[in-house]
Structure formats: C-alpha cells, structure tokens
Design a binder for this molecule. Structure first.
Ligand code: ADP
Length: 445
C-alpha cells in the first residue's frame, strides 16, 4: 500500500492514551531525511567491495570527468554543486556506468549519495531517440518516487530529450496508449499494472532496473513479491541495481533473490561517540521542578542551539506551552505533523530561526542537525522495561568521532528510578555524568 499524501501515518496503531503509536514509518523517515538533507553526510570510512572474482581489478574514480559522461550530464552534475564523487560513488559509479555493466548491491546510510549515483546511471543509459521506457526504478512509496524524479529532473536539466514518467497511483495512462518517456519511476503495484494489465510499456525493453530502498520495500506488505515479479519480466541481460540503507539478514536474502551475480559494495556508518560531550545530571523533584531547572539553564541553551527530548508527545506539548508562556521562542517537532511540516520545522531550526527545538525521540530519529551542541533529556530514554535505552541516549547526544564538536548534555532526574538510569548509562559508556546544581552554574566553566 502506498502512503497517501496528507495522511501522515494515521494508519499506525494507537497507544493506551489514544495517541498514535510512537513509531515513525520507515518510508516516512526516509522521506523526511531526503527533504531535509542538502549535503552529503560526512563519512570517511573505506568502501568494502565483495566481488565474484576478487582478483579482477577494481575501478574507482576521483573525478566526474573520468566517467566520460555526456557533456550535458556533466554540466547537470556540476550545476547541482557536486565537485567530486562521494565515497560510495567513487566505487559505484564506474560499475554502474562503464561497460561491461555490472549488477550491483550497494548499502550505505542515507545521505551518502546513492540516489544521485543511480539517477546518473539511468540518465546515462538512455538512448534519447528511442521513445519507449529503457530504465525502470521502483521505490516503496509515491512520495519517494517523486523525490527521485526531482533528482533526475535536476541532473538532466541540460538533457531535455530524456523524459520521465511516474508509475504511481493516480497517474493514468489509457489502455491502448504507450508510454514514450525513457525513464519510469514507480511503486511496485502500479509498475506491474502498467506492464501486465494495461500493457503500456514493454518490460523486455528495459536496459537498467533499479530497486531503491530495499530495506523499506521488504517491510511493506506485498512489495517484496511484486518486486520479484517485476524483476522476472525483465530481459536476462538487463543491468540491475539494488540500494539499501541497512542490511539485516532479511534484506540480504531478498537482495540476492532479485539481483543475479552482483558485486556488493558496503560503506560502514561513522561511529557515534560521547568522547567530546560533557555530560551532567540535575536532581529535580517532579515535572515543575524540572521546568524550573530548565529555565535556570535556558540562557546556556540559547548561546548555541539546543534540542530538548521528552518521552511522550503530550509532555513535549506541555513543555513547549510552558516555555512559550515564559516568553521563549521554541519550535515543536511533533508526531502529529505531516512529513512536509516536520521538514519545515527542522529547516527553520537549522536556519537558526529558533534556537531551541522540543521533540520526542520518534520524530528526531536519524536527524542530524550539526550545529546542535546542547541536548537536554527532559525525560531520560528508557526501553519498554524501564531500563536505560543506551542506544537512544547515544543517538540523541553522540557525535560522529572525526567531526565531533564539543557539546553538552543535561539530564533531568526526578526519581530514584531515573537516578538508576543515569548510573546504568554511566556504566555502559564508561564515562562520568557529573552532578550539576542549576542554582550554581560555576561547574560549567
Ligand atoms: P542517499 O540516496 O544515499 O540518501 P543522496 O544521493 O540523496 O543520498 O545524496 C544526499 C545529499 O548529498 C543530496 O542532497 C545530494 O544532492 C548530495 N550529493 C550527492 N552526491 C553528491 C556529490 N558527489 N557531491 C556533493 N553532494 C552530493
């Protein structure tokens, strides 16, 4: 099922308080990442390449010129502000673009340049004088398809002969007509309809097949089987690429079913660390007392930019209202917002229009706002059993090692249970969390 625009995750289960469950659908998370990301993520790790014949030479490029792209495409790439290939593109682009074409499975976190790479491959492989679909890309949702289309349109700005069609719900092609655009991007169900029911394009004429966001694809009912059915319609010599941000065993099994004889390339994510972060805890009595503590350190928060985490949506809303009443200008990133609205809140915050962002875990997972140097855990991260959620703690306040700027984390503790959690976190990471008296902030000097 494709996510309907304007109905952000309203199919999610509702929790005991009648709130939407605190999970953000992976497809929405990915869309949000795409909407807010304007640059590559920093990643200096080496790309790992696994190939059938380990002795065959590995090609990698350091410049786009080496790829011998059509001049219109090189111009498009530079016009997007790309100076050189990203880490993963250095290896992936030669395999995608140079003959003999390779089948490829590529895994790297979002923001490392996968979409840009396969978009360039699709544009390169098209023979513009042939007025039928030659490159096919499938992706889990309508919105993600539009995002890919946006990248292709930008990159192909100086190559107007190449046209794009969207095989997504709502785009109608009358039976009996044929699609003339050379590139088709769509969701699996509609692509199958176009190929088999409406017969508006011939899958046997596809030269390049891209399966994007494989990890999300397999999480959506029916998409896995539909993807396999599509792949079976394609000619044997069609080049096939599969991209994924993560690689659990299930993704791996699926990838190997759809991509014959692949070369596999992987880029490890940068590790997050607490090394450059000074961590404190503040002992409070209850919610109001936590609010007072927060007000006491508020001046420090606004020197730079800060994110404040609450456990529930209702707590985030309460806190935001209280801060408003105190005359503070804060932004609220809430689960009720649609993906586009969330992206707008993050953009405003990133542009410094608000200095403080109040949020819940769910909304902020995977968002890295680099200039945030202060994090407040208004509520400590706990798992379902009430134990410390170390991974979430690290996500909230950690920085990737090499680029780590100094930062501060303030944890508000309001019970013996939460004190226990602080102790667990200290023990887990082997790093001290210092006690801070917010009436006397000398310790921060
Ligand atoms: P992914 O598909 O892995 O999430 P994208 O291809 O969407 O990554 O790239 C992430 C961001 O980096 C986008 O804003 C994109 O325009 C930009 N980008 C991609 N490749 C390059 C490059 N070689 N140089 C500079 N920016 C790039």
């Amino acid at each position: 099922m494709d996510a309907a625009p304007g109905r952000a995750a309203d199919w999610l289960p509702v929790d005991a308080d009648g709130r939407r469950a605190s999970v953000m659908a992976p497809a929405e998370q990915s869309l949000l990442n795409k909407l807010i990301r304007h640059n590559l993520v920093n990643n200096q790790n080496q790309v790992e390449v696994l190939q059938r014949d380990p002795s065959s030479p590995l090609f990698s490029v350091k410049t786009f010129e080496e790829l011998r792209l059509k001049p219109q495409l090189l111009q498009g790439v530079y016009n997007m502000g790309f100076n050189r290939p990203s880490r993963i593109q250095e290896n992936a682009l030669p395999m995608m673009l140079a003959e003999p074409y390779q089948n490829l499975i590529a895994q790297s976190q979002s923001g490392t340049g996968k979409t840009a790479a396969f978009s360039l491959a699709m544009l390169s492989h098209v023979e513009p004088s042939n007025k039928w679909p030659q490159c096919l890309c499938i992706t889990p949702t309508y919105e993600l398809a539009l995002q890919i289309g946006f990248v292709i349109t930008q990159m192909g700005k100086f190559y107007p002969e190449v046209q794009l069609a969207y095989a997504v719900r709502g785009s109608r092609v009358p039976r009996g007509t044929l699609v003339e655009q050379q590139i088709v991007i769509g969701t699996p169900g509609t692509v199958l309809d176009w190929a088999l029911k409406l017969k508006v394009f011939d899958p046997k004429k596809i030269r390049l097949f891209v399966l994007d966001e494989a990890d999300i694809m397999i999480g959506i009912q029916g998409h896995q089987d539909q993807s396999i059915r599509i792949q079976r319609l394609l000619p044997k010599d069609c080049q096939m690429l599969l991209l994924s941000a993560t690689f659990e065993e299930s993704v791996w099994r699926f990838a190997k079913r759809v991509i014959p004889d692949p070369i596999i390339i992987k880029l490890k994510r940068e590790e997050e660390t607490l090394e450059t972060i000074k961590q404190f805890y503040v002992v409070c009595k209850e919610k109001e007392d936590k609010f007072t503590a927060l007000c006491n350190i508020y001046g420090i928060l606004t020197i730079a930019q800060a994110m404040i985490f609450c456990q529930t949506r209702s707590m985030a809303l309460w806190l935001c209202n209280r801060l408003f009443k105190e005359g503070h200008q804060v932004a609220l990133l809430s689960g009720e917002l649609m993906v586009e609205q969330r992206a707008a809140v993050i953009e405003r915050f990133r542009d410094g229009k608000e200095k403080v962002l109040v949020t819940t875990n769910v909304c902020s997972r995977g968002i890295d706002v680099e200039q945030v140097s202060i994090v407040v855990n208004f509520d400590l991260p706990v798992d379902r059993d009430g134990n410390a959620d170390n991974e979430t703690y690290l996500h909230r306040i950690g920085r990737t090692g090499r680029f780590g700027k100094r930062g501060f984390a303030f944890n508000l503790v309001d019970s013996q249970d939460s004190m226990d959690i602080i102790n667990q976190i200290e023990l887990h990471f082997g790093r001290k969390i210092l006690k801070l008296d917010t009436d006397d902030l000398d310790e921060l000097e």
